[in-house]
Design a binder for this molecule. Sequence first.
Ligand SMILES: *Cc1c(COP(=O)(O)O)cnc(C)c1O
Length: 426
Amino acid sequence: MTSLEQEAAARRRDEAEPGHRHLFHVPPAEGGRYAESAYLVGNSLGLQPRAARADLDAELETWATRGVSGHFSGDRPWVPSYRSLTGPSASLVGALPAETVVMNSLTVNLHLLMVSFYRPTAGRDRIVIEDTAFPSDSYAVRSQARHHGLDPDEAVVRLRPRPGEETLRTEDVLDYLDREGQRVALVLLGGVNYLTGELMEIPEITEAGHRAGALVGWDLAHAVGNVPLALHDWDVDFAAWCTYKYLNSGPGALAGAFVHERHLGDPTVDRFEGWWGTDEATRFEMAPVSRPPATVEGWLISNPPVLAMAPMRSALAIFAQVGMPALRDRSERLTGFLEELLDQVIPGRPLTVLTPRDPARRGCQLSVRIGRGGAAALTERLSQEYGVLVDDREPDVIRLAPVPLYSTYHDCWRAAEALSRLVDKS
Ligand SMILES: *Cc1c(COP(=O)(O)O)cnc(C)c1O
């Protein structure tokens, strides 16, 4: 097919399968022939739901007209309002409402959950992460090890792909846990790796961690809203995720946290507490000792930022309306389409896709290594000359995420077409 024929094919697919782009603001393109950008960076910051402004305005109005009484009065009193985010969040991660709460930010939640679930003992003190862990996760686990008086270079184990391979094999993770598991206190991996786009086999790894006597937590920053999750059934001990990537809840938006039912109400689980984690019926009695409920809300510390929650409400409503199964179907088609186009662009060019080819082992993102480096410069040109937004991870990876809610087949075509023009054959 010629490029023009491919473009026409992409357009036909978009007509047949329009998606939900109309519910979002799509930023204008900086360059190229099209008015809107081909926004393939929803894995970094999801687009703004059009409904978010009205939701935010409503909270500003309550503040303007009710002042402090907005806490308990009006259509949506602020004090319990975080709870309206619980149900939609729980269904996205496959959890019970009692296991799910929206609070803080992602790395903060990882720390708070490690306070509870990383309890090293003599002989069992390791934390297992992946070598390509997001830096914040690396720093978090290293500082947790130091906090317990351990040497992070010893306590933190970084699992690497086999030489010459880009992604971790499940069998190698399981093998490590079978061999060394008696030394492992905690396994903390990314559900979908931020760099390679690999979707980990969460139930298998969780089970192997448990078999070894360790606890298993997941960072779902790149998994939530991207792939279906069933944390409760998978017996995951805890998880945390941000909501500004695939969940479109706005820059720096609040994060989510999950603690499995089996740990709830367990008095041997330690945690850091604040007044929002005490029983709400007696919260305002201002008693000196907390009486936390037997739910994950016992991990709440502060009163939640109401203005920050407003866009999340609009965003999660879209997921509730569309549903993850439908999104995942579309996602596999969109990413498969981008992969097909890249397969035609790549031969002869210094480009390699790092992401697994098996749709069951990835979300929507495809990561491409640029053989000659210069990922940042390429990203810049893609945006300025073609209006195609991707992001780069130094030194040599660009990430393209066709997001099933709002990306189009035509966006995928634009990305492949621009790459074919900007990257010379070697
Ligand atoms: C995006 C991301 C973060 C960001 O952490 P914040 O605390 O939200 O700033 C952390 N970990 C992973 C794996 C991420 O993808």
